[in-house]
Write a protein that binds this ligand. Sequence first.
Ligand code: KIV
Ligand code: ZN
Length: 530
Amino acid sequence: MRNQADRIIIFDTTLRDGEQCPGATLNIDEKLIIAKQLARLGVDIIEAGFAFASPGDFEAVKKIAQIVGTEDGPVICSLARAIKADIEAAAEALKPAVHGRIHTFISTSDIHLEYQLRKSRAEVLAIAEEMVAYAKSFMDDVEFSPMDAARSDPQFLYQVLERAIAAGATTVNIPDTVGYTTPSEFGDMIKGITENVPNIDQAIISVHGHNDLGLAVANFLEAVKNGARQLECTINGIGERAGNAALEELVMALHVRRQYFNPFLGRSEDSEAPLTNIDTKQIYKTSRLVSNLTGMLVQPNKAIVGANAFAHESGIHQDGVLKNKLTYEIMDAQLIGLTDNQIVLGKHSGRNAFGTRLKELGFELSETELNKAFVRFKDVADKKKDISDWDLEAIVNDEIQQSPALFQVELVQVSCGSNAKPTATVTLRTPNGEELTDAAIGTGPVDAVYKAINRVVNVPNELIEFSVQSVTGGIDALGEVTIRLKYDSKVYSGHAANTDIIVASAQAYVNALNRLYGALQQQAKEEVTA
Ligand code: KIV
Ligand code: ZN
């Protein structure tokens, strides 16, 4: 990873910092699905979690290390506070990875030292040095972060970085933990580090930043111009509070404007060589996958991956684009893997055509997964005349990428309308195979269905978000439902697609309840072993 001064290293922290935001909680299988897709996307490093945080986090890091951390796969990283027990847990979980990295951190700003750590600068300096050396005793690849660097005294920051590098840190990461800095300040800070940390040539400079003022991506690009070579980011920019710098925005800015950035990386201005290793065609798919599994919807006007990012509504724009795309488009939608939403399949399409198109769309399914998805495809094709690429993607995400079902929806039936009391009957298959039916009256059909489901599942919860979106246009479009529910201050999400939005609503709700139920089971298991 060293000596790549003319290329930008992409460090993805969707599964660590991204997963820290309320409701984005993922189970181990879902984390693994995302990690596999991140590897396909071509990220250099996957921060798979915080191994010490919980047994579930430990297992997730370990499983990703085992399955995704192969010889030619990405580096797998675990976060660890600058504490021995954290570093030991990270090292243990990362053992199966061919390329592993421990990322250890301690705060350096006076406000954190005084109120959070209650330690002096001298103590922090000593801990940073000692814990980097301790991490180094487990593996060669060690990253050190001085948390809240952007609000730290630069002179102290230089000292800490120098000592961390001397102790063996191969990457030093500069976090703007509270999203406070502005682009030129952040650029200057990186420049200051390159000029004032004597051994900085022995480490890669990385940046990490939150989006509280909407400046994270701009800050990072300024950092690149001043010597940063690793960017820590998340898919769709998810993360603590306002989120992290968005991977897709950084990668596409560096791609579309490479002639502008090339000279800052010592390249000739007209070099066409990509600045990152990312396969940009995987961006859209990765964005949808993360959104579906975390339940964190992407705003329609979000740069690069929002539903409107490539839509031209005004007459003048449409006219221009029809005459020459470049009049109003700075990049081709196909670059991020968006197809023309071609209508490719219908009810007479066979398994072969179905499998071939999925392969073309970049899905690598096992035989069993393909069979499962094909059954669902046939079911949708019976109700919807033309199946587009977007429908196919929704079908696969729905069928294959859902966590194992504990409760399964067997039947949903509603009666509603004007002057009627919305009534629902549902039948669920329970985890022990029993079929249970119940009915309820609600304020509307979805409310009635949810009340009936609650009577069967019987886990109290609060529904905090419900959203329906159409996958494509047309009266027979697949409706996608995303919901978020709260239990004991934790948020769980669920997602489902169906031509019948009441059925999709029921399935999305049961998916979220399955996650909640799974988490409660895991908690009970941990309490027994503790
Ligand atoms: O925001 C932050 O400072 C972090 C560190 C742990 C790198 O996430
Ligand atoms: Zn962070």
